[in-house]
Write a protein that binds this ligand. Structure first.
Ligand code: DAH
Length: 370
């Protein structure tokens, strides 16, 4: 029988003397591997008598544990030596340029929304929001669309399948229903939680949000964004509407005195109604805002129709209001020279990194204006 103490002394000395990890691993295999010397001793226990086994079992197992410990300790020491050597020999070169990382960017639509909100906030407007899934009442009826109005049957409105009670929900075709939600201060029949904080007049809100119409070409996408405005107070008149929109346009395009004209138009929810055009120059194939003799439509607007006020429990003899609606993506296309609206929602990272904005560039609503 091998002398156990001698074997242990040899193996632990060899472990302590192992010069590198490879030598240590060779030692481990020779002692503890399948064919190893210590493993052989463990196997020999099977052939012993119970008495012998009772005596030798603990001795051989103790040997195995101490050899294992010696190997582990040496491995820890060798690892630390190797790390120390690397730390001593390697240098971090701080002058090397970092490897490029793909950065995210702010989508132009979100940038434009932030700019618009910042400008209107300075004028005293609060932000209100409502659900994308609307009912007929908020999207049409309360906004004074007559029952047979073509917009109701518009082939470009996305309707959901009728519910058992016959009601047809829809994806809102404009942000105007949030006017109703704001003025009514209720959530009657709303399919989603009301986002708009309840308010008594006077009301001064802007309403940014997604809107939907079944339409797709260079200037139309099935989903797009609008920013609605609503002011309700006593003695409100169209001159204030005109000032508000003209001031906004000058700040947004960072150009003082952009010419504007208000063309008579029709919307069921305003009377009188107008479309706002702004001055532009299209000569030379480039669009310049605030110069030249051409016009570009940017918003619908008007004085809130008395029926809309009544539908919201407000007395038109006491309260008046004006409202307006901008196409957000459209304003972004104009300001940042984006030729095709559809690209805005195609999620092409090359397009996004070209037209996107740094999240750290805060919108500056008053830049260039005193
Ligand atoms: N809701 C209209 C649309 O989507 C835009 C609009 C026009 C909104 C006139 C208004 C407004 O608030 O007064 O075409």
């Amino acid at each position: 029988m091998t002398d156990l103490s001698q074997l242990e002394a040899e193996l632990t000395a060899a472990a302590a003397a192992a010069g590198d990890l490879a030598a240590l691993e060779a030692l481990r295999v020779a002692a503890l591997g399948k064919q190893g010397s210590v493993s052989g001793l463990l196997k020999s226990l099977g052939a012993m008598s119970p008495d012998e086994r009772r005596e030798m079992g603990p001795r051989i197992n103790g040997l195995r544990d101490r050899v294992q410990t010696a190997i582990t300790e040496r491995k820890t020491a060798l690892d630390a030596e190797a790390l120390g050597a690397r730390l001593a020999s390697e240098r971090v070169d701080l002058s090397l340029p970092p490897s490029p990382r793909r950065k995210g960017s702010v989508h132009p639509t979100m940038q434009v929304m932030d700019e618009m909100v910042a400008i209107f906030a300075e004028m005293g407007f609060a932000v209100a929001e409502g659900p994308d899934i609307e009912d007929d009442f908020h999207n049409f009826t309360a906004l004074n669309f007559p029952p047979k109005h073509p917009a109701r049957e518009m082939h470009d409105t996305f309707f959901f399948n009728p519910r058992p009670d016959g009601e047809r929900r829809l994806l809102r075709t404009h942000t105007s229903p949030v006017q109703i939600r704001t003025m009514r201060q209720d959530n009657a029949g709303a399919p989603a939680p009301q986002f708009t904080p309840p308010q008594d007049p006077p009301i001064r809100v802007i309403i940014p949000g997604r809107t939907y119409r079944c339409d797709s070409d260079q200037t139309h996408t099935p989903m797009f964004h609008q920013m609605e405005g609503l002011v309700i107070d006593r003695g409100v008149h169209m001159g204030q509407l005109k000032w508000t929109l003209e001031t906004f346009i000058s700040r947004f395009f960072e150009t003082e005195g952009v010419g504007a004209r208000f063309r008579p138009h029709h919307f069921p929810f305003t009377e009188p109604s107008a479309e706002m055009d702004i001055q532009c120059d299209r000569s030379g194939g480039e669009l310049k805002i605030g110069q030249g003799t051409d016009w570009l439509e940017v918003a619908g607007c008007g004085m809130v129709h008395p029926n809309v006020l009544r539908n919201c429990g407000l007395d038109p003899e006491e309260w008046q209001g004006f409202a307006f609606g901008f196409g957000v993506d459209r304003l972004g296309m104009l300001k940042y020279g984006i030729p095709d609206l559809r690209d805005m929602f195609a999620s092409d990272v090359r397009w996004l990194s070209h037209y996107g904005f740094s999240p750290f560039a805060a919108p500056n609503p008053a830049s260039g204006l005193s």
